[in-house]
Design a protein around this ligand. Sequence first.
Ligand code: SF4
Length: 279
Amino acid sequence: MMKSGTSMTYKTLVVEVPGNVCAGKCCFCCVDRDKIIEPKKIKHLSEFMKIYSPRMNYAKDLGCDTMLISGNIEPMQVEDFIADVLHTNKEKSSFWKIELQTSGYKLKDHLNSIFLDQIHTISLSISSFDFHENERITGFKLDHGVIKDISRNYNLRLSINLTRQVADFIKRNGVDGLFKQCKALGARQIVIRQLDSYEKTKNDSFIMQEREYAEDKLWEIEKVLFNYGKKIGKYRSIDGMSVFIDDDCLNKNNKDRRLILRQDGKLYTSWDNPASLIF
Ligand code: SF4
């Protein structure tokens, strides 16, 4: 049901995990740490539910069918918060499609546990297929075993940051080689993310250099998708996997029609504009 007086519909509710100090050290991180809002101090689960559940339900009323757990830090740093979100959802909101965006932090300890039993999709961020190099770039450990385990138990979406290292991988193996590698890891979905920034952090010039370095590889991927991929909505299907190029990963144009339930416990339509508060 749509709330009266609101004509805009939304697709995804992003739930921002609280925190300002990330366990990662991604050299392309575009988070402006001075601008992160204060988390709401919540003492009890009942209080959490009182704040979060009406906003989750409001997002559903506005058309959201997917809940994405994400934030300005690696979400798995705050397991208790994720547990509270999932509990609130089970009791009061019932989103069926729940995605967790992660760089793989602590996943090994939790795969197959009841903790993640409502999660449908794990969107795993990767910056190099060489996992030593991935760790050097991001600070997060990954290995084939964990990724295969994710793919056996969840819908695995590989969210590939188009870094210099990924561009070099494509140079050596072709776009075909990139898709073969994703298939071998068990991906069902692939998102190719062009690096971007809000142009407000110390990493901006690095991000722009990386972006420029990888630009022709983005075109090569686009060409292959256009020539060989069967169109399914915004995705193209290649070898049984759906592939999407995300050239607006910060959702500056809100093309993805997202609502954001931020760490102050309020609902917004934009990450960087406090005036976009709706509830
Ligand atoms: S995991 Fe995300 S928030 Fe943390 S450093 Fe990497 S890009 Fe930044």
